[in-house]
Design a protein around this ligand. Sequence first.
Ligand code: MN
Length: 306
Amino acid sequence: MHNSGLASQYTRRYNNSMALEEYKRKRRFEDTPEPPAKVATKPGHRFVVQMHRASRLHYDFRLELDGVLLSWAVPKGPSLDPADKRLAMQVEDHPVSYFDFEGNIPENNYGAGSVMVWDVGQWQPLSPVQVEGKYVPANDQEARAMIKKGDLKFRLEGERLKGDFALIKMRGRRAGSKGNEWLLIKKHDQNEVEGFDIDQYDSSVLTQRSMDEIAGDNASAEWRSRPAGRGKVKAPWLADAIEKLDQKKAAERKSASSTASSAKAKPKSKKSASSDGQPSAKAEPIDIRASLHAEKKTKKTRLKSA
Ligand code: MN
């Protein structure tokens, strides 16, 4: 998609027949459990973050506006640490009914793999400039203008993500840039968490299931998100370990080719405290909130839902 096309679609509401065309074009709805391409008429400001274990693990960050979900794929996922600048590649708008989609996209389909609803809540556009030292709520028209400009400030009220954020469009600084690259950055406020570690949250906020549990929900016990031709791994724990290794390699490749991050990803164990490939300069004692540990413990004792 061209830059100019992306920009112009935010100058007015999505009330035309072209909305969600790209979403529709990429999918075969007779074969995928994903929702159909339908523009919603009810206004809303929900957001969802979906953990997506496709050929590469990533997190899809989606903001509801004008009857669709504006969507960005975030390889390392969102962070509550303002020191993290997370690459977020804008992808095709999704229908709002994608908001609670969790499950498995069968192999040989676009985005094949498992999808977990990692966070949900409400979002609020914020004023482009501060008023008396604070960002104040803005309206949808201002939100569209900020998106067009490539500098969207907003507040999240989710279960895991809270506080003020910015999505800032990168402007052709890198060779081979596709023009869809943004950065997702937490702003400083009372909700920031130094050393935020997204790997502490391997559970759905809707069903409390882990990614492995979601992947195992198929009638066939086969783990479907591993690309065909690379061998089938039957044991979920082994598949998980291999996938984590794949992710680490991918992160290292990305880190090596990125001008944004200079340091190499640290080696990590399966459940190490800091394992999302952050530069080692951040090796301060990690201040993970007690609630994260509590959540993780309760998750393990829960039974898999049917
Ligand atoms: Mn995705």
